[in-house]
Ligand binder design. Structure first.
Ligand code: ZN
Length: 460
């Protein structure tokens, strides 16, 4: 009993320290309600379009602008005694990490946001300057407003508020401002590879009041099917059964016909997979195989694509099918890739042509792969965010799975318990992207209190 009493006393003291820390942080935030909004506007006004997407920017100079975003963030946090690490994740495209003093590794937390944005698209579709960050009716408009400079601003403001309030954390808090999420997440991957990991991470992508605790993996893959090129007039000889005596062994075999059979089989495979594998927080059927592009033509080129694409007088010998494949959060990459390859092998084994000319499968097409994320719905961060939201009168908080993928995938692969929570808004990747201004302030407070709950406070 004595031990229990001592523990209870220690807990009460700790709770008090945490409560005091939270009160001090709230005072900092309440004294400067517009700080995070102004910061978000400044970030939106820098057109840090992912340079892998040079088209659709209508004259805006996008070169090197990610570095400019990092300059602003670093400048904002410079006065607060943090240590900084800045390095190129890709040439000329720096990641920025800002962190507090080292502490208990089990209580280390990352607040993460990506600083690249999508291209504007057609500026005529916008009702405001896409990089003006105009506020209208409580909404800030701009490319990257909700995806995700508002989340980045909330992370920065939460870290700043913790420091300004003079709170010393038990665990370490790190801000990760990373590049390239919109084109595969090379920034987050580089951060994890550089050892910038923690016990947990909040990815501040928009979540409209929900907490996203899981997401399936996303694989891009290429399936290449080879036929035999020939004169279109002779296609039938490779298609209809021919008298044995007339066979030359050189009959054309259409890659279009082969691809058609494969695509039908793929639909059956997809249906079997989606019926067999589900997840309580994911909609049924999201583990799908989207055939995004099909290239069929003659002559394999050095780029892995058919070279002759303007002559239907040739029986094509090359079919290249690019697939965006999604899985359920609990499925391992090794399992789903082995299962798909077994399906392809079985399909080939059932056909004399494919037995002799097996279908090739290439994973990580264009380097794109987001690992699965499947964080425990009972994680302490979930409890913290839910409790803070309730205390703020925001009602119940739903736990959901993400349809899209985020950098949380790369942190999860690095052993970090990641979840997604962020501001409210809409229009991401489209015209008139917006973020609810009040939600940026709310998110800042929720993050700051999550820091106190998760990292703990040194009772001095
Ligand atoms: Zn995003």
């Amino acid at each position: 009993m004595a031990e229990t009493t001592a523990e209870t006393a220690a807990e009460t003291a700790a709770d008090t320290a945490a409560d005091r820390a939270k009160a001090a942080i709230r005072a900092v935030l309440d004294a400067e309600p517009d700080y995070v909004v102004d910061l978000c506007q400044r970030l939106v006004r820098i057109p840090s379009v992912n340079p892998k997407y040079p088209a659709g920017n209508d004259g805006w100079d996008i070169a090197g602008r990610e570095a400019e975003v990092q300059d602003v963030i670093e400048g904002e946090l410079a006065p607060y005694g943090l240590s900084f690490r800045r390095w190129d994740a890709l040439p000329g495209r720096p990641n920025l990490v800002a962190r507090t003093e080292a502490g208990d590794p089990a209580k280390s937390l990352i607040l993460c946001g990506h600083i690249d944005v999508m291209p504007v698209g057609d500026p005529g579709e916008w009702s405001a300057d896409p990089f003006g960050a105009v506020i209208r009716d409580g909404r800030m408009l701009g490319r990257g407003a909700v995806d995700m400079k508002a989340g980045v601003a909330a992370c920065v403001a939460a870290l700043r508020a913790v420091r300004k309030a003079g709170v010393t954390l038990d665990g370490q808090l790190a801000l990760h401002a990373v590049v390239d999420e919109e084109a595969g997440g090379a920034g987050a991957k580089a951060a994890v590879a550089a050892g910038e990991v923690a016990a947990a991470a909040i990815i501040a992508e928009p979540s409209n009041g929900d907490i996203h605790v899981c997401q399936g993996a996303l694989h891009w893959l290429r399936v290449t099917i080879r036929g035999r090129q020939g004169h279109s007039a002779h296609r039938f000889t490779g298609y209809w059964p021919q008298p044995e005596a007339k066979k030359t062994g050189a009959e054309p075999v259409s890659a279009a016909d082969l691809a058609t059979r494969f695509l039908v089989a793929l639909r059956d495979y997809e249906a079997a997979v989606t019926r067999a594998v589900g997840h309580p927080l994911m909609a049924p059927g999201v583990n799908q195989f989207n055939v995004g592009t099909v290239h069929i033509g003659a002559g394999m080129g050095p780029d892995g694509l058919p070279q002759i694409m303007n002559n239907p007088g040739i029986v094509p010998d090359v079919a290249v099918i690019d697939i965006d494949m999604k899985t359920m959060p609990q499925e391992s990459t090794e399992e789903v890739r082995a299962a798909f390859e077994a399906f392809v092998a079985g399909f080939c084994a059932s056909d004399p042509w494919f037995k002799a000319h097996p279908i090739a499968v290439e994973w990580d097409l264009y380097g794109l792969y987001f690992p699965p994320m499947d964080t425990d719905p009972e994680h302490p961060l979930v409890r913290s965010i839910t409790a803070t939201r309730a205390a703020m009168g925001l009602g119940d908080t739903a736990l959901v799975g993400s349809l899209g993928v985020t950098d949380g995938a790369h942190y999860a692969a690095g052993g970090v318990a990641a979840l997604r929570y962020g501001p409210t808004g809409g229009g991401g990747h489209g015209a008139d992207e917006w973020v609810d201004v009040e939600s940026i302030r709310r998110t800042t407070r929720i993050f700051a209190e999550a820091v106190i709950d998760f990292c703990g406070v040194k009772d001095e």
